[in-house]
Design a protein around this ligand. Structure first.
Ligand SMILES: Cc1ncc(COP(=O)(O)O)c(C=O)c1O
Length: 410
């Protein structure tokens, strides 16, 4: 009989745009005993999680709860629930995850209109608003922080235009939530999807979402109660009921409401992890957390620049939590990444599509976003590049980063 070794994953320094390192307190929370999903102790954990999510999303929305599955499940749940077949959907795309929204909207049977921006930049709000005037969408879906290109899209003006033109505005804030301000109510975002495995630093496996009354009104026109749970007074939904059972938000919200109408079996240990991750985030303070992300980004960028490396993309819309570096000419980017992982235990990311082989992406997210990690990645990258025959000014990178940290203390 084959014998298997004890599971013993290496301790890594993870400097990618997710998944990132997890605070040991979150890991500890995952080891707590299982509670039944209708145990009052568990439902009070559900309610507390909803309360904390409202704070995280900066919203007064009633609905703020996690969908079980990775971030993509939250995106799919929101889109399949709020986009009915035949809806007119505008998707402004400026990287890989905009294409994902396109993909999902098509699968919802929508008439999809796409506008695209060259990777490395974002839209002027006026460009999106002009497209709204010409395509007259009833839904606009776009990404806030594009991890594929390291750019952040300003949303407030687009949100206002969506309200004026009566379109629902769906936003993928998977990469930004907990690391960069996401102002759901102030920016008039109708539905927002966050991620756990990035700036919140909780393992992948849940997708926190929020949506407002405008979104709920549309959802309720598609409401359906599952066969086997219906009572005589509950009517099945309209013809355009949501085509997914697992991702039907009208059913999920009944489960997360005091009704506690049975749906799936909640992911107990993941919910403990999310609750603990949220608790730690709010304990740190959102403003303080955003400032920590800015400081570490500043130190990282100072170090990379001092090393003579060039950053990718339009600096005016750089996403704080992802720094994209152009791979120096003649250098095998994958060989550098392998050496960083194998010799230093540090992981940085490559990229997708047109950027594959051209840039590295370094994340400074959540629990991974710390001074010692930034200094480690700079020192190790310098040594690795020297080993790959790149001539660079030695010893300056870590010093430049230290200067940033020291200036911040003064
Ligand atoms: C901006 C953005 N949206 C969506 C996703 C998809 O998330 P997941 O892989 O957790 O399903 C990612 C993952 O990296 C992302 O960066």
């Amino acid at each position: 009989m084959k014998r298997y070794e004890d599971l013993s994953p290496s301790l890594r320094c993870i400097m990618t745009p997710g998944p990132v390192e997890v605070d040991p307190r979150v890991l500890r929370a995952m080891s707590f005993p299982i509670l039944g999903q209708f145990d009052p102790e568990f439902t009070s954990i559900m309610n507390e999680t909803m309360e904390m999510l409202r704070e995280l999303f900066a919203t007064g929305n009633q609905w703020a709860y996690p969908v079980d599955g990775t971030s993509r499940s939250g995106i799919e749940a929101v889109m399949v629930s709020l986009i009915a077949p035949g809806d007119r959907v505008l998707i402004p795309i400026f990287g890989r995850f905009g294409h994902l929204l396109h993909e999902i909207a098509e699968r919802c049977g929508a008439e999809v209109f796409v506008i695209e921006k060259t990777w490395g930049s974002v839209f002027e709000p006026g460009e999106v608003i002009a497209a709204m005037h010409s395509f007259k969408p009833n839904v606009v879906a776009m990404v806030h922080g594009e991890t594929s290109t390291g750019r952040v899209q300003p949303l407030a003006e687009i949100g206002r235009a969506c309200r004026e033109l009566d379109a629902l505005f769906i936003v993928d804030a998977v990469a930004t939530i907990g690391g960069v301000p996401v102002e759901t109510d102030a920016w008039m975002l109708d539905a927002v999807i966050g991620g756990t495995q990035k700036c919140l630093s909780v393992p992948s496996g849940m997708a926190p979402i929020t949506y407002n009354e405008r979104a709920e009104a549309k959802l309720l026109t598609r409401k359906r109660v599952e066969r086997g749970l219906r009572t005589s007074e509950v009517q099945p939904g309209e013809l355009s009921f949501v085509r997914s059972n697992y991702f039907d938000l009208s059913m999920l919200q009944d489960y997360w409401s005091p009704l506690r109408l049975n749906h799936h079996t909640e992911m107990t240990s993941m919910l403990y992890a999310l609750r603990e991750g949220l608790r730690l985030t709010l304990e740190e303070g959102l403003e303080e957390r955003f400032a920590r992300h800015v400081l570490n980004e500043k130190a990282l960028v100072a170090g990379l620049t001092a090393m003579g490396l060039e950053l990718y993309g339009d600096p005016s819309c750089k996403l704080t939590v992802v720094t994209c570096v152009i791979i120096p000419e003649g250098v095998d980017g994958e060989s550098v990444r392998s050496m960083l992982l194998e010799r230093f235990g540090i992981e940085i990311a490559s990229s997708f599509g047109p950027l594959k082989g051209l840039i590295w992406r370094i994340g400074t997210m959540g629990f991974s976003c710390r001074e010692n990690n930034v200094l480690r990645v700079l020192g190790a990258l310098e040594a690795t590049l020297l080993r790959h025959g790149v001539s660079l000014p030695c010893g300056l990178a870590v010093q430049a980063a230290l200067d940033v940290y020291e200036a911040n203390i003064r």
